[in-house]
Design a protein around this ligand. Structure first.
Ligand SMILES: Cc1ncc(COP(=O)(O)O)c(C=O)c1O
Length: 363
């Protein structure tokens, strides 16, 4: 008889986001919320690392210092991870024992339920209201077994965020022995007084960790680099659980350059804002409904176009070389999530969408 994994893993599917594949040579990937503009051009010029025979530092002082300086944060409260995905699992492994409960939201990021299950925890799902996180629904799920609350703000796949006052209403109403995991993967795309990235919560409360990533606006998804900010006691627990060399040398060096390249960050921010406005206007002209997004992707409702499901739409786009993400896993069969691409890619996507709608009208 083969060795079996622990019970919580037995029926677990691997979290393999289906970003899609296609036989076409030229493929436009709008299914993974990446940065269509690439990454800081300074990285190709300045990256020097060659000593691949050496282990990376376990705790890169230089990257930590850079993050701390640019974001005005206390360096003793920072942790790096192999993507923020890695930190999400480390948090679940650190704080959940079998039978403990963890809350996440209905249309929350899929890595949350995955990590809870792997850790042996019990998943509690707070219903969203109109594609927005509901603080009341989260609070109503709290029991004396609750250990973690996962909140992505802004959220993937809805693209919506909840306001500063709502976030404070949450943190002010949860007991100190529950950790709020505040995942701000898209924070760099939002410049709005009503939005907080979570760092001020960490300064004011002991039971919050903010998570950030280099995969989105910084465009370094392939290098796997994320970071967390929390009180130093929590950071020390996580450091003990995290793999000692989980962040590689190239990611560290590229991360330092990316964090310092404010011009590139501003360029990506401006471009994203412009593209989102353009997309909203064009979708409006086509009469296509969408959820208003503050991120680099948009959730589009195709129910008026194709009453059965969006499967046809996803296949149609794929046949024409564009990968978009279907939302069946969230029980949203009439929606697709589309990342913003380059100007040319966005135009091409819209051209295809128009064609798809016209075809359906003529059925
Ligand atoms: C809300 C949210 N958190 C975290 C991540 C993962 O980021 P990383 O690439 O740093 O693991 C994503 C990626 O899509 C995300 O949408």
């Amino acid at each position: 008889m083969f060795l079996e994994p622990k019970e919580s893993i037995l029926n677990l599917d691997a979290y393999k986001p289906n970003f899609g594949s296609s036989n076409l040579k030229k493929l436009i990937r709008l299914s993974a919320n990446e940065n269509a503009l690439g990454y800081s051009p300074r990285i190709d010029k300045e990256l020097k690392i060659k000593s691949f025979n050496r282990y990376p530092p376990q705790h890169s002082e230089e990257l930590i210092k850079t993050i701390s300086k640019i974001n005005n944060l206390d360096q003793n409260k920072l942790i790096l991870g192999n993507g923020s995905d890695d930190l999400i699992s480390v948090i679940a492994q650190t704080f959940l024992k079998p039978g403990d409960e963890a809350i996440y939201t209905e249309y929350g990021f899929l890595q949350f339920p995955q990590s809870i299950t792997v850790a042996g925890g019990i998943k509690k799902i707070a219903k969203d209201i109109n594609f927005h996180v509901s603080i009341d629904n989260i609070l109503n799920l709290i029991t004396d077994k609750t250990r973690l609350i996962f909140l992505a703000n802004a959220n993937n796949p809805t693209g919506t965020f909840i306001s500063k006052s709502e976030v404070y209403r949450l943190i002010n109403n949860i007991p100190e022995n529950i950790l709020l995991v505040y995942d701000a993967a898209y924070a760099e795309y939002i410049r709005n007084d009503d939005y907080i990235d979570g760092s001020e919560l960490v300064e004011n409360f002991n039971n919050v960790i903010m998570l950030r990533t280099f995969s989105k606006l910084h465009g370094l998804a392939g290098l796997r680099l994320g970071w967390g900010y929390s009180n130093s006691k929590i950071i020390n627990f996580l450091m003990a659980v995290r793999g000692p060399f989980s962040v590689n040398s190239i990611a560290i060096e590229a991360g330092i350059i990316a964090m310092k390249d404010i011009d590139f960050q501003n360029h990506c921010f401006d471009f994203n804002l412009k593209s989102m406005k353009f997309m909203e206007i064009e979708l409006g002209k086509l009469g296509v409904k969408y959820v208003k997004s503050s991120t680099n992707f948009i959730l589009i409702n195709l129910s008026d176009q194709d009453k059965s499901s969006t499967k046809n739409a996803v296949l149609f786009f794929k046949k024409n070389g564009v990968l978009v993400r279907e939302m069946n896993v969230y029980n949203l069969p009439n929606y697709i999530r589309v990342s913003l691409g380059s100007e040319e890619e966005n135009n091409y996507f819209l051209k295809l969408l128009k064609k798809f709608i016209t075809q359906n009208d003529n059925r």
